[in-house]
Design a protein around this ligand. Structure first.
Ligand SMILES: Cc1ncc(COP(=O)(O)O)c(C=O)c1O
Length: 284
């Protein structure tokens, strides 16, 4: 299969999922996308915890040890790359009700590492504010579930390389996240990231920053309600995910008007510290 180096379905080399699979039918499942660095799954504990809590919320009886075993086989002898774990509730007939004896299906796929590009980390990136809004669904908020149609719609709002990412608001107008990243604003000596209790994906890199505070000396970091006016007031902005690490943002385009941020110093500092600890610009 193009672009994929290896795939295991329930631990066996295979690339075909049946049409009865509920991930195919309803998006009934979860996924994780993880960097493989020096043969290790980077930030695995945090990915594992999100997968475990997502499976608990959806009521999918997932065996995490099985997932770990399949990943170990998948990555054997490989130093660097990207691992995607997709967990589906398994097969069922038509209709939303799951079968009582459904067995989750675990798909582990290995992709090659992207070519290193230090530019976004050093220069920062240009992003836009998307028109597509995120719906509120507290029961699914934070989960990395397989229904990503809002992101698919938002990502079709631009097609050139002019923008590296699009930021998204919820239906009430609060800033929530990027289409494939979480977002942080630097407001004076406070670093704020949107609360994700109504919608949004609780990113592993976001959690790492909130807990470990790399390169954030002299600043507090917290979850807040943020609005477009906070983007206007922000000194800096940066976006994060577990594959890219941290990209400082130098420009945000809102309704066609470009707002230049004062600088990228803090974002660059945090990015460099995360790079030092986890190794991002060189091999991501
Ligand atoms: C919608 C969305 N938000 C946030 C993130 C960041 O998550 P993580 O840090 O776990 O990669 C992602 C990652 O793909 C995403 O798709």
């Amino acid at each position: 299969m193009q672009g994929v180096s290896r795939v295991l379905i329930d631990g066996v080399p295979d690339t075909a999922v049946p049409v009865t699979d509920r991930a195919f039918q309803y998006g009934d499942g979860l996924f994780e996308t993880i960097r493989l660095v020096a043969g290790q799954l980077s930030l695995w504990r945090l990915h594992r915890e999100r997968l475990e809590s997502g499976a608990r919320t959806l009521g999918i009886p997932l065996d995490l040890q099985c997932v770990e075993q399949h990943c170990a086989v998948l990555t054997q002898g490989i130093a660097a790359g990207v691992v995607r774990i997709t967990v589906s509730r398994g097969d069922s007939l038509r209709g939303y009700a799951p079968l009582a004896d459904a067995h989750p299906r675990i798909v582990c796929a290995l992709y090659p590492a992207a070519a290193p590009d230090p530019r976004p980390y050093v220069q920062g990136v240009r992003v836009r504010l998307c028109d597509t809004r995120l719906a509120e669904q507290p029961r699914l908020a934070g989960l990395k579930h397989l229904n990503r149609l809002e992101q698919v719609l938002a990502r079709q709002e631009w097609s050139t390389s002019e923008f590296a990412e699009g930021l998204m608001l919820d239906v009430a107008g609060r800033l929530i996240e990027g289409t494939f990243t979480n977002v942080f604003l630097v407001l004076d000596d406070r670093i704020c990231t949107p609360r994700l209790d109504r919608c949004g994906v609780a990113g592993v890199m976001r959690r790492y920053l909130l807990e470990q505070r790399p390169g954030m000396d002299g600043h507090t970091v917290s979850e807040c309600d943020l609005w477009p006016r906070d983007i206007e007031a922000a000194r800096e902005c940066f976006v994060t995910n577990s594959l890219i690490g941290i990209w400082p943002v130098h420009t945000i385009v809102i309704d066609g008007a470009a707002r230049q941020l004062t600088g990228v110093t803090m974002g660059r500092q945090i990015s460099a510290e995360v790079e030092r600890r986890l190794g991002f610009t060189n091999s991501n």
